[in-house]
Design a protein around this ligand. Structure first.
Ligand code: AN7
Length: 408
């Protein structure tokens, strides 16, 4: 039922077996990707199964007989957003709402694969560094699998909702006085030293789950969209989504590819800076800062994959300010009823910016990936919306506060 798979270095091309525990190429140090031999299947055959990550088993590299660790992830709504499309100045705009996943972000798509892999390799413990969502997701899937979970977080910079999740699901949470980039370096070293299975997005198996977002968009839209806008932090997601579109095209299910649009926050935009300069190396941002703490990352490990996705797809890239992010977040919520966290809103903010500058054609059809739920970061919401009005509990006082156009 599952496809055969192996690991391959994206630079030197050297291949490794699927059971080798590797996070970088032992020969040249570059990133690894999973190569699968997809099984013959049509969209129609897969459509008999529920719209979920596991609808696409023919593309998911899992060992036969493995115990699948799942919380029923994927199958998130694709909303058509006419009012936002007008605001952003684009022909049509859809939101792929990843906040609807079990732990409230797209990470769940990856963790169902990653933790299933950890289990079938016989690992007893898993670990990650995180700006928040990865830890929330991993801790839930580890709990379900009965594995010990360690998470390393940048002190004081993780949204409250995400921290609450990791703690309640029973992860051992360690805060380091540094940023995400410091935390990731630490967890990579410590995992190798102690034989703990690492589930950051340097783990190529995790990205295999995340590629299903592309499959679902094709299923829900009925065709491949022109442009897919994705917020970029550590850059695993845009790489995974591009891989998904390429695999559907490579196996003849679809005939065209979308253009990938990578959006970063201005204070944490090393990939956008690199593409602007048309450089061939990334210059890390040493002190990344943005209201979108999920993507507050200065040295994204997956930059080579993301840069390839954008270049190969003749894609787009842009950085948006915190003000633009917050404005988009408020309008997504107020115009369309969709609650997203700041990092998610970067994709929509990026579309408005790109049509305004002329980089994006105003007739385009765009799918914006909104990666996480509004409730992840309640403190940011209070920061930008303020606190509710407070009055004494009597009819006059309340009536005076109601807008005049409301008649009683
Ligand atoms: C809501 O949780 O990196 O470009 O450690 O939580 O694949 O890193 C989160 C990333 C976008 C960026 N939106 O995705 C983590 C972490 C939200 C996120 C991203 C993240 P990548």
């Amino acid at each position: 039922m599952f496809p055969k798979s192996r690991l391959r270095c994206i630079d030197c091309g050297k291949e490794y077996g699927k059971d080798e525990v590797l996070y970088v190429c032992p020969t040249c140090g570059s990133l690894l990707e999973v190569v699968i031999e997809p099984l013959k299947v049509s969209l129609k055959q897969m459509a008999r199964r529920p719209l979920k990550v596991w609808r696409y088993v023919e593309f998911l590299p899992v060992d036969e007989g493995a115990e699948i660790i799942s919380l029923n992830e994927g199958g998130t709504p694709l909303y058509s957003c006419n009012k936002l499309a007008r605001w952003a100045g684009v022909g049509s705009l859809y939101i792929k709402y990843e906040g609807a996943n079990p732990t409230g972000s797209f990470k769940d798509r990856g963790m169902t694969l990653g933790v299933t892999k950890a289990k079938s390799l016989g690992s007893k413990a898993v670990a990650c560094a995180s700006t928040g969502n990865t830890s929330a997701s991993l801790s839930a899937y580890a709990a379900r699998a009965g594995l010990t979970c360690y998470v390393i977080l940048p002190s004081g910079k993780v949204a409250m909702g995400k921290l609450a999740q990791a703690m309640m699901h029973g992860a051992r949470v360690i805060s380091v006085k540094g940023n995400f980039d410091d935390a990731l370096k630490l967890v990579m070293d410590v995992s190798l030293k102690m034989g703990i299975y690492l589930l950051n997005s340097v783990n190529p198996w995790r990205l295999e789950g995340q590629k299903t977002l592309a499959f679902e968009v094709v299923d829900q839209l009925g065709h491949v969209p022109e442009i897919v806008a994705v917020p970029m932090g550590n850059c695993g997601n845009i790489s995974a989504i591009w891989k998904g579109f390429k695999e559907f095209e490579g196996s003849g299910i679809t005939e065209v590819l979308p253009r990938m649009y990578g959006v970063q926050a201005e204070g944490a935009s090393p990939v956008v800076n690199m593409l602007r300069r048309n450089a061939d190396r990334l210059e890390p941002v040493t002190n990344p800062e943005t209201v979108a703490t999920a993507i507050r990352i200065g040295n994204p490990v997956n930059w080579p994959k993301a840069v390839r996705a954008i270049r190969e797809s003749r894609g787009l890239f842009e950085a948006v300010s915190d003000e633009e992010i917050v404005e988009a977040q408020r309008l997504i919520a107020a115009l369309e009823g969709i609650g997203v966290e700041p990092a998610s809103a970067a994709s929509v903010a990026g579309v408005r910016k790109a049509t305004a500058s002329g980089m994006m054609d105003r007739r385009s059809e765009v799918v914006c990936v909104c990666t996480g739920h509004l409730l992840k970061d309640p403190e940011e919401v209070i920061g930008v919306c303020g606190r509710p009005l407070e009055v004494s509990p009597d009819l006059r006082a309340v009536s005076e506060l109601l807008a005049p156009q409301i008649r009683m």
